[in-house]
Design a protein around this ligand. Structure first.
Ligand code: CA
Length: 226
């Protein structure tokens, strides 16, 4: 699984990375709440392990905002305080489980396996907007139950837009994250062509339009008018 760990105690963060990598996970570590929030919003992970006590933006705040923005990946909270308040607050904020520090590593792995068994991670492999559904694992997209035939690039583009649904995605973001190209200007036209093709496939035969252009900025997928 792709796991994001947000933990400001560097020794623990490093131990988590090593332990999870040894368990065959791909691990990204953020040591500040800001970085963690940015990564959780911008990239795709199947699990977020989130420390509650972070300087600046704490774990509860990060989690609440991510959930408000429609980020559905499962979240395991790490709490240093064995206080019932924290657990309740965590679960209320949208956490799937929590672990009280200090914990034994095998217990963490057991919790992760339990989350996977419960199907909590399945949500992260399916993206949905109105009647548009994407199965990221099977690489299949349907609208109103009808299969859409997308190229690899169109699929990646739609996946990226769906992960950021409701938020404007700029051409710079697409150039950087999908085309892996820092200089965006020469690519703008290429990006626009791909978005236009994708929009035809997604929206042309349907009354409700989902792919919108935000003039001068980029694109957004959402229900309803701009
Ligand atoms: Ca901490």
């Amino acid at each position: 699984m792709r796991i994001l760990v947000v933990e400001d105690e560097q020794k623990l963060a490093q131990a988590l990375r090593e332990g999870l990598e040894a368990d065959h996970h791909a691990v990204t570590v953020a040591i500040t709440g800001e970085d963690g929030f940015y990564l959780a919003s911008a990239e795709r992970f199947e699990l977020l392990i989130l420390d509650v006590m972070l300087p600046g933006r704490d774990g509860f705040e990060i989690l609440t905002t991510l959930r408000q923005r429609g980020v559905t990946m499962p979240v395991l909270l790490l709490t240093a305080r064995d206080a019932i308040d924290d657990r309740v607050r965590g679960l209320d904020s949208g956490a799937d489980d929590y672990l009280v520090k200090p914990f034994a590593f095998p217990e963490l792995l057991a919790r992760i396996r339990a989350l996977v068994r419960r199907g909590a991670t399945e949500a992260a492999t399916r993206l949905k907007l109105a009647d548009l559904e994407m199965d990221v694992v099977r690489r299949a997209v349907t609208r109103s139950g009808e299969a859409l035939e997308l190229t690899v690039r169109e699929f990646e583009l739609l996946e990226y837009l769906l992960i950021h649904q409701g938020r404007v995605v700029s051409r710079e973001m697409l150039a950087r994250d999908l085309w892996k190209e820092a200089r965006h200007t020469p690519l703008d036209n290429v990006i626009d062509v791909h978005v236009a093709r994708l929009r035809r496939k997604v929206d042309e035969r349907f009354e409700k339009k989902l792919v919108h252009t935000v003039r001068g900025v980029g694109f957004v997928v959402r229900e309803g008018a701009e």
